[in-house]
Design a protein around this ligand. Structure first.
Ligand code: ATP
Ligand code: MG
Length: 350
């Protein structure tokens, strides 16, 4: 049996370069390799509602934005089943059964959820749905019997939780779930790309993003405002590359080719870093270099996206048809689950 891939994003804003290097690039690679049985990309609107219940309009609007970002980035809707989570209600039913297989104390130990709760300042107003989203995410993954989940590093605790749920189900009732594996980017910087402010991971909720759809002048302004090293005041001062956002992005995007094209006086990133550390290399120069690379990377994505923007109705009908197919698969999983749990009152012979 080939790979079954499932991955997705929350429609809480447009996709940014953190998504691109953290998971979209791996998705594109998998799509091109083609050695999969099924490939699903889910726009997780139900999950987005867990911390946006008072703002469904934001979620609704961003569903099409995220779909356009995927298509712009090169996701091929003929090869990949792209669907909207809420349009597959079977996922909610699966969640109801999984909720019973996880303890409250296990949920509260999830480090990503802990960080997110802090970041959002929920305190006593923490919605139960938000607390439980890792369980709903496990349902999304297991509903399709996914074997491979391309994600950024912050999602590792979710995959671990999913594997635990699968194991518990298999052990308690019957062996029906395969344990999924995460697929992380090879490049360490891309595991958790830092935001332009240098303090947190780049995240839609933190407002520290360079978006795939940003126009050239916006990209340039954001690059010029990136955090570098607050002690690197004069060009002659030695500079730090650790914690320096420009170097983090260069780690993620610069190739030897980029040097040949835009900065031929250096052979590669190691040489550039060494010069910066020694002193004598100004921030404007490295920022201009980064700007050139990002402009080159994002231009084709933005152009393709603009073409797709002319056919919004077609995109919605593609999402509609795909959800129907996804429902069929998820319904089969529910049948198997109910049979394993003995809740198959009318089909004992199945
Ligand atoms: P939100 O702030 O609403 O949670 P987000 O920017 O964190 O949004 P998600 O939709 O939660 O984005 O994440 C989607 C996928 O992108 C996940 O697999 C996640 O690991 C990956 N990802 C998100 N941000 C980054 C980042 N800065 N670096 C690498 N991967 C990332
Ligand atoms: Mg997130």
């Amino acid at each position: 049996m080939g790979k079954i891939i499932l991955t997705g994003d929350r429609p809480t804003g447009n996709l940014h370069i953190g998504h691109f290097v953290g998971s979209v690039q791996n998705r594109l690679k998998l799509q091109e390799q083609g050695d999969f049985e099924k490939f699903y990309i889910m726009i997780a609107d139900t999950q987005a509602m867990t911390d946006n219940a008072d703002n469904p309009d934001k979620v609704r609007k961003n569903v099409i934005e995220v779909a356009l970002d995927y298509l712009g980035a090169g996701i091929d809707s003929k090869k990949v089943n792209m669907f909207i989570q809420s349009q597959v209600p079977e996922l909610a039913e699966i969640t109801m059964y999984f909720l019973n297989l996880v303890t409250v104390s296990r949920l509260t130990r999830n480090p990503t959820v802990k960080d997110e709760i802090k970041q959002r300042g929920f305190n006593a107003s923490l919605p139960v749905g938000f607390m439980c989203y890792p369980i709903s995410q496990a349902s999304d993954i297991l509903a399709f019997n996914s074997t491979c989940v391309p994600v950024g590093e912050d999602q590792l605790p979710m995959i671990e939780q999913t594997r635990e749920i699968a194991r518990t189900f298999n052990h308690t009732y019957k062996e029906i779930f395969t344990l999924p594996e995460p697929l992380l980017p090879d490049n360490k910087t891309c595991l958790r790309l830092v935001g332009t402010d240098g303090s947190l991971k780049m995240s839609k909720s933190a407002g520290n993003c360079i978006y795939l759809k940003d126009e050239p002048d916006v990209i340039k302004t954001k690059v010029m405002n990136c955090y570098t090293d607050s002690n690197h005041i004069k060009i002659s001062d030695p500079g730090k590359v650790e914690g320096n956002v420009v170097f983090a992005y260069l780690d993620a995007f610069a190739t030897d080719e980029s040097f040949k094209k835009y900065l031929p006086e250096y052979k590669n990133l190691t040489e550039l870093k060494n010069h910066y550390k020694k002193g004598g290399l100004g921030d404007v120069k490295i920022k201009m270099f980064l700007n050139n690379i990002l402009q080159e990377t994002l231009e084709p994505i933005r152009k393709r996206r603009k073409e797709y923007e002319k056919n919004i109705d077609e995109i919605y009908s593609m999402l509609f048809e795909n959800a129907k197919k996804a429902r069929e698969v998820a319904a089969e999983t529910i049948e198997k689950m109910k049979s394993a749990m003995g809740l198959d009152y009318y089909h004992k012979s199945l």
